[in-house]
Design a protein around this ligand. Sequence first.
Ligand SMILES: O=C(C[C@@H]1CCCCN1)Cn1cnc2cc(Cl)c(F)cc2c1=O
Ligand SMILES: [Mg+2]
Ligand SMILES: [Mg+2]
Length: 569
Amino acid sequence: MRMSQLFAPTLRETPAEAEVISHQLLLRAGFIRRSSAGVYHYLPLAQRVLQKIMAIVREEMNAAGGQELLMPVIQPAELWQESGRWNVYGDELFRLKDRHQRDFCLGPTHEEIITDLVKNNVTSYRDLPLMLYQIANKYRDERRPRFGLMRGREFIMKDLYSFDRDEAGLHESYRKMYEAYTNIFRRCGLKFRPVEADAGAIGGTGGSHEFMVLAESGEAEIVYCDACEYAANVEKAECKPQNQPGEPALPMEKVSTPGQKSIEDVSKFLKVNPTDTIKTMIFRADDQLVMVLIRGDREINEIKLKNKLDCLDLRLASEAECLEVSPGGAGYLGPVGIKGIPIYADLEVMALTRAVVGANEPEAHLIQVLPNRDFSVTEEADLRMIHAGEPCPQCGAPVKKARGIEVGQVFKLGTKYSKSMGCTYLDEKGQEQLMVMGCYGVGVSRTMASAVEQNYDANGIVWPVAIAPYQVVVVPVSNKDAAQMEAAEAIYKELQQKGVDVLLDDRAERPGVKFKDADLIGFPIRITVGNKLASEGLVEVKLRNNGDQFNLSRGEVTEKVVSLIQQSV
Ligand SMILES: O=C(C[C@@H]1CCCCN1)Cn1cnc2cc(Cl)c(F)cc2c1=O
Ligand SMILES: [Mg+2]
Ligand SMILES: [Mg+2]
């Protein structure tokens, strides 16, 4: 390909709307352009990267026994009604009506569609296990699409679905996919980590891992241990109670705490440690108000709470709803004397011996409160966020935190969909059995963006060789110099013949512009044909990732570049 022909509109300036580096650089380097909020054009350079990522994904899915198909984007509402999810998802589900006023959605995922297909076309145990996958667009109407390709409303996903005879079969499919995912992200040249994940609304027999590309801009927070293999999304990370030693009980007393509402204010005002206070919150879980207690120095983990309450919609109660439960309103909530709504306490709360809680009346708190003496709860559960430095749930060493971009997720679904949609097979004895499913997603367009988040510098993108849009760019310094242009053309053709992805920058631009664009777009290898050619018969080869430079004689260039590529792919 010749740069003078390439449609890659680069930008000098960083567009204001781009907040993360991958969004900025993919725009500036001419890889993507916004069509509407969260919806992008993938320009030729991006399309080349995507095709390389998809090729790696395809190889690994096929090697694991997957068969590629292509499913509809337009999905009939009936299937989502059959699975019971049509009313579970709200505005995030793109819904539309056809000309006959029939309801459809644009597929955000394909559990319903694939289960319907398999249920109608697979009947015997001989046909299992079955692994079917596609690589196609998904549609989710995010409230706030942002960060470019990282959180779009239309994005490319590889989704594979496994159908097995039983749990043992599912475990085997899951293991194969887990291994295939580690191959995919390693081959894409990414630093990543599989972490235990929350299975969320998708439910199933539980068991889910997310594959996180480690990056400060990642929306996900993970916790991991260097002493053992433990790693988890903080949503899921189990917390062991870290209790302070108790003190002899004292009688409960009410004290006036005018204007003191937050844990911090109350702790200072009463001169107590936040670890001796109880943070009391009221949530609305679907249409039920619940009271939740955690120690004052902790944060509530709403994913754990949502799973404990097994609700679909969870949000903090409004001030008005708090007043329904407690005359003190949100600022003076406490568990003492509360009747009529369930109270859930984190595992650390009931071990306190002289706790401070809101008095359920304005401007007052209760001190020296003894759980079980002064109040009781419906249930105790692990409801808090894990803290960096606290003991690893697996081995006790202090855990660390990092941020990550979720580029893949694997789930054990069990019979959640086969049951609700009646997807069965006949076993050896002719008995009807439910198929046992798993589902496995890779965010293909998000993987491209993550590669940039993890590989850039002040001059632009630094593509891993395996997924670079072109592996090599050949830059003749002066278009007016016939010898340089001739040598550049010849090297370009030789590399093409060797199967190298090579671009020739034949533009009548100043050398500085060519070098800046080469660094911005991020080609792994740059071959410069300049004055050294005539004076010393030499050509310069420069590596984008570490700046290494070689001066090679004209004759040895091709060989050297091919071997450089082979070493790093
Ligand atoms: O998609 C999954 C699970 C796996 C991920 C890997 C590939 C197969 N599906 C979870 N999920 C996420 N967001 C969704 C958004 C909408 Cl609007 C929806 F209707 C459904 C879903 C939904 O089910
Ligand atoms: Mg997830
Ligand atoms: Mg996910």
